[in-house]
Write a protein that binds this ligand. Sequence first.
Ligand code: GLN
Length: 481
Amino acid sequence: MKELIGMSLSELKEKLDKKEMSTVELVRAYLDAFEADRKHEKPLNGYIEVFRDSIEKAEKADEARVRGSARPLEGLPFAVKDNIVIKGKHATCASGVLKGFCSPYSATVVKRLVDAGMIPLGRTNMDEFGMGSSCEYSIYGATRNPVDRDLTPGGSSGGSAAVVASGQAPVALGTETGGSVRTPASYCGVYGLKPSYGTLSRYGVVAYGSSLDQIGILAKTPQDIALMLSFAAGADPHDMTSAPTNFTNCSPLKERDIKGLKVLLPTEFLGEGIDPGIKQKVESFAQWFKKNGAQVDTDSVPILQAAVAIYYIIAPAEASSNLARYDGVRYGNRVRQTANLEEMYVKTRSEGFGKEVKRRIFIGNYVLSSGYYDAYYKKAMQVRTLLRREIEKVFSKYDLILSPTSPCPPFKLGEKVDDPLAMYLTDICTTFSNLALIPSLSVPVGTTGAGLPVGVQLAGNRFREDLLLEVAAMYHKEGSR
Ligand code: GLN
């Protein structure tokens, strides 16, 4: 029998509904998996903290089931990235500056899932404030890849991907500013959805780049993502950028006819810098589309080449402003032995932030400073508008954009940590969808010749998450991976 911790959320839901197991048994299984892993000579370090009160919550869920008052997702556990707040729990964004911060409220998405019956299992590790692609820039140390513990799980939601891939949680929330859900999903061999900007409320997500940030979902199947989305999405009065979309009908996913779909394969994501093993996986996904009657065109969309450059101006610019609030006065940690207020600010920030976060603050302040604003920030904003228009044009002709998720397979821990440019370049295929506000899904498609997980990315028009998930489910079902 497939072990509990290897099951998808939907399989677990069925087992709970049929009373084939208790919630306590289930939650224990994940906590035990976590404890067992801690004894490994190289622990995964996917969780920063597991919540012991999840057992009590599981007991309550079991009682509700006995009473016949179980809610739709009663007793199903999930993990939460450390930059999404949960009432009464710490949230640190893996940063020294927020050490000790305890949240007085829950993020809307967390609240909606908890109101539907789900149980938060713990907080997952990440790159500090979401800045990174390898889950190494964390005060809690790096997370390891469950497939090979000497490799990165990807970042910044590396902890979320690692706990799902290793059976320490059935599903997890991550966040995306420029690939932080999709990259780790692809490196760990799970599904990762970055929804359209506005699909999920950002209320309770610690801001990094507010015009790009979005909660994402990591899971073992597209159906599991659809199930979560159906409860978590929808307008939120606390977040004016949330959209009045309705995903309540997206689960269960419908059968999708692949025939007649129009798919674009941009040459920009198949050329130089793309690992040949990954390229081959993208091409075989294109073959699967064709075999099932879709039209697949290969064509150039030149502006896609600019995405990563625009991103690394806009994201740091927004971050430099968003992170100004961590000055030791209101949140988290404060350095106390200082002569005056100015010194308190300086020491708190100098000691609290890690080196990558500081680099982003420097870049952000530079591109926003007078004399450079027009050349960098303003120019990046203009090119972003052009990119959005080009993407709109693509979707007036096509249903989907197909590409690699990452240009490379998971790399060794330590390999790129001192080479920021190399690290930034791992984001070349993902950032365009954040800039264009569209949804994208990383689909696990097996491994390279060397046995390393590969993710293929499907991007769709804004609010077409349903299409991405349905297509992926058809692919998943055929076991073509
Ligand atoms: N690698 C990107 C960055 O460092 C990813 C960020 C993200 O999506 N949170 O900015």
